[in-house]
Design a protein around this ligand. Structure first.
Ligand code: SF4
Length: 311
């Protein structure tokens, strides 16, 4: 897999953000805060920061998030500086001083000291004070003591976003996730005991599964995540772009799911009575083939979702 990264690295070299004091992206969006079938969800305003920080140490097979990372450990003080910039943008855009959600997504594990130097915790906690909810990505086996401490000291609610991906047998091993479904379930239990919320990323259309298997395992994975207590499940298509997936695609062993396949599985989840009262379900369209444009009809843009990042 690592050898396959070469091409993607060369293509990306020019485009990558090398400035540790500047986030890769900052945007404000609306997101559903709850789900009750047949009712309009309450919406919440979300400030999302795609932070520039050090590369995740795990290197999962399908992950392309390293393309957005720095070549070095994140320097102390850099993340607070990026968050301050994001807050300025949020105030200018919304005129707000408090409320809503902030997502601090850093293409890795927030509580890994290489990603977020622990000397910055105090200042990050202070900068997050205006927000009712703070969402960060973190693998269940990394930095958990620090995670629970951070949750205790945060004014708002902490929500941890975890990439469960797919619970098909041996799939997590194939993806090199260093995570078993049982470990995920235990972690979810500890989060619940500490009043910390859980967001789950699932990947649909992984290689090694036929389309019908993929459909069945995505639904089973969502049920598993909901049973573990996920407040929000975000579904992503498996995509090329990290080198390894591109090689599988060239060799005819991987074909990214189509928009139609994603919509079919999403509709099945939305109509599943087990999800009538939550979790929130969202489809991330990042990496999907473009929507065909019907020239005779007006086109409605799909909402932007959150799972462009995954841990
Ligand atoms: S999927 Fe998450 S845990 Fe795996 S390499 Fe990517 S950022 Fe790290």
């Amino acid at each position: 897999m690592l050898a396959s990264r070469g091409d993607a690295v060369v293509v990306d070299l020019e485009r990558r953000n090398r400035d540790a004091n500047r986030p890769n992206s900052v945007f404000v969006e609306l997101e559903a805060a709850n789900r009750h079938r047949g009712q309009q969800p309450e919406m919440t305003q979300v400030l999302t920061l795609l932070l520039a920080s050090s590369e995740c140490s795990l290197r999962c097979t399908m992950c392309d998030l390293w393309r957005n990372t720095l070549n070095e450990p994140t320097p102390p003080g850099a993340l607070p500086e990026q968050i301050r910039l994001g807050l300025r943008h949020w105030r200018e855009q919304t005129g707000r001083e408090s409320g809503g959600t902030i997502k601090l997504y850093n293409s890795g594990n927030f509580f890994d000291p290489r990603t977020t130097p622990s000397v910055d915790d105090e200042e990050i906690l202070r900068l997050c004070e205006p927000f009712d909810r703070v969402v960060v990505e973190n693998h269940p086996l990394i930095g958990t003591r620090r995670l629970f401490e951070f949750g205790k000291r945060l004014r708002g609610k902490l929500e941890i976003a975890v990439g469960l991906e797919c619970i098909a047998p041996r799939m997590l091993e194939r993806l090199n996730k260093r995570l078993r479904p049982g470990q995920f379930f235990q972690f979810a239990k500890h989060l619940k005991e500490a009043s910390i919320d859980l967001r789950v990323f699932l990947i649909h259309g992984l290689p090694w599964l036929a389309p019908a298997e993929s459909y069945a395992w995505t639904i089973a994975s969502a049920r598993f995540a909901a049973a573990a207590g996920a407040r929000h499940i975000s579904l992503l298509p498996c995509r090329t772009g990290n080198g390894f997936m591109d090689r599988l695609a060239r060799e005819g062993m991987f074909c990214p799911p189509t928009r139609k396949q994603m919509r079919v599985v999403m509709a099945a989840l939305e109509n599943d009575p087990r999800f009538d009262h939550g979790p929130v379900l969202t489809l991330d369209t990042w990496g999907l083939e473009p929507e065909p444009v019907e020239l005779s009809e007006s086109v409605t843009a799909e909402p932007k979702n959150d799972a462009t990042h995954d841990v």
